[in-house]
Design a protein around this ligand. Structure first.
Ligand SMILES: NC(=O)c1ccc[n+]([C@@H]2O[C@H](COP(=O)([O-])OP(=O)(O)OC[C@H]3O[C@@H](n4cnc5c(N)ncnc54)[C@H](OP(=O)(O)O)[C@@H]3O)[C@@H](O)[C@H]2O)c1
Length: 407
């Protein structure tokens, strides 16, 4: 693998460039003063939006992962830019020796393929697609170790934990150079990780009212502006469940050492409590550009286009324990993190289908987590499924969830 020379821009493949993380990443790249370059941009169906991004960022390669997508908006660009189609196009673009960092920002289990290919090619993977770790955390870390790849967190909570862990590097190590390159090395010093959660739009809604919430209400997140699927996951708190699983793999800690607190202001992005009782938190505005920038720059600190906190304004920072009865996704996440094996693939698939059904008005909000629990209960647990087997289990769980919803 070739890593760009110091004065050359670091070449980024932005998988999911037309999404919310994609937009923030391109903002970071635009503000990097030439240190970062968008070498590959991918979209699934939004080819007109991709064409607009290509005109602005001039990548060498575009990928449209849905082979059925409308190709007309890209016709003119095809004269000057390499345009690849389908999942094989994604494989080719991600594995190119010209790419330094792959930003995995495709939504859902569909993101696993790009993450896998990146690590197979020994790349640095800036991971927003938490579903990759939910499905195949163990296999992805094995692959990274085998091929010399690295996984850097983009999720704001895990980025915060990474930054907090970096606080206990030995003093003689220059901060920044490879800041927190292996935080797992410090896991013996950690008493617990504390993931913060905004609590979403229904933080204070009584259980019986959750039955009647609308799609519009569920999409109205109080602090973060994100894609639809993760916004619904935040409302059910399945997002936090997935983050427990993500933390379990990223930091190699058991789920008992991964706590969740509700923090409605979304200023504290997460915390680490060390064995001496010290708690180190990372704070900032709720804006994904900082964690994206850190991951794209190998966790080095630089000026960032995200706004900073306004310290002249009075504010209160609140922390509450989560209500696990109203949000059963949290204990479900802990269980999946503990079980590992096939559990993550099954829950993720069930959740994707259930969220799509809720967005289409086919099921009420409060059924989403219950469906995931049922599908998990009914599947035949496997401890060490291969990647192919995980894809098979994913397909089966999707079919079963569809049937469950239609019955
Ligand atoms: N948004 C956030 O603030 C945030 C924060 C932390 C973590 N994340 C994670 O980052 C990932 C992306 O989230 P997002 O909010 O940016 O999602 P989003 O706005 O819905 O964007 C999704 C992106 O994935 C592409 N895509 C959709 N289905 C695909 C498929 N089957 N194959 C290949 N590409 C596909 C979309 O392409 P088209 O536009 O062409 O359909 C789009 O570029 C998720 O895993 C999420 O959990 C997001």
């Amino acid at each position: 693998m070739k890593e760009s020379q110091k004065d050359e821009p670091r070449r980024i493949a932005v998988l999911g460039a037309t999404g919310s993380i994609g937009a923030s990443a391109l903002d970071v790249i635009a503000a990097s003063g030439g240190r970062l370059a968008a070498a590959v941009l991918t979209a699934h169906r939004q080819t007109a939006k991709l064409a607009g991004l290509a005109r602005r960022f001039r990548p060498e390669t575009l990928v449209v992962t849905d082979p059925e997508a409308d190709r007309a908006p890209l016709a003119e660009l095809e004269r000057t830019t390499r345009v690849l189609y389908g999942p094989e196009g994604l494989d080719e673009a991600v594995s190119s020796p010209e790419i330094d960092v792959v930003l995995a920002a495709i939504v859902g289990g569909a993101g696993l393929r790009g993450s896998w290919r990146a690590l197979e090619a020994g790349k640095t993977l800036a991971l927003a697609n938490k579903e990759s770790l939910v499905l195949a955390g163990s296999l992805l870390f094995d692959l990274a170790r085998k091929n010399g790849g690295r996984i850097l967190p983009v999720d704001s909570e895990h980025s915060a934990i990474w930054q907090a862990l970096a606080s206990c590097r030995p003093a003689e190590t220059p901060y920044g150079a490879s800041c927190g390159s292996d935080p797992a090395e410090r896991k013996d010093l950690v008493r617990r990780l504390i993931l913060t959660a905004s609590g979403g739009p229904f933080r204070n809604k009584p259980l019986d009212e959750l039955r009647r919430v609308t799609v519009g209400e569920a999409l109205a997140h109080p602090t973060w502006k994100m894609g639809k699927k993760i916004t619904i996951d935040s409302a059910t708190m399945m997002n936090k469940a997935f983050e427990i699983i993500e933390a379990r793999w990223l930091f190699d800690l058991p789920p008992e050492k991964i706590g969740v607190v509700i923090h409605p202001q979304s200023i504290i992005h997460s915390m680490v409590e060390f064995v001496d009782g010290a708690v180190i938190a990372q704070m900032g505005t709720p804006d994904m550009r900082l964690p994206i920038q850190l991951a794209l720059c190998g966790m080095e600190r630089r000026r960032c286009p995200a706004p900073s906190l306004d310290w002249s304004r009075a504010r209160a920072l609140e922390l509450f324990p989560p209500d696990e009865e109203r949000f059963p996704a949290i204990p479900l996440g802990r269980r999946v993190a503990r079980d590992g094996g096939s559990a993550g693939a099954v829950v993720n698939a069930a959740n994707e289908v259930a969220v799509a059904a809720f967005l289409a008005g086919k099921i009420p909000f409060h059924k989403i987590t219950g469906i995931c629990q049922s599908i998990l209960e009914h599947h035949q647990f496997e401890q060490e499924p291969s990647l192919e087997r995980l894809f098979e289990l994913d397909r089966q769980a999707r079919t079963e969830t569809q049937t469950w919803i239609s019955d």
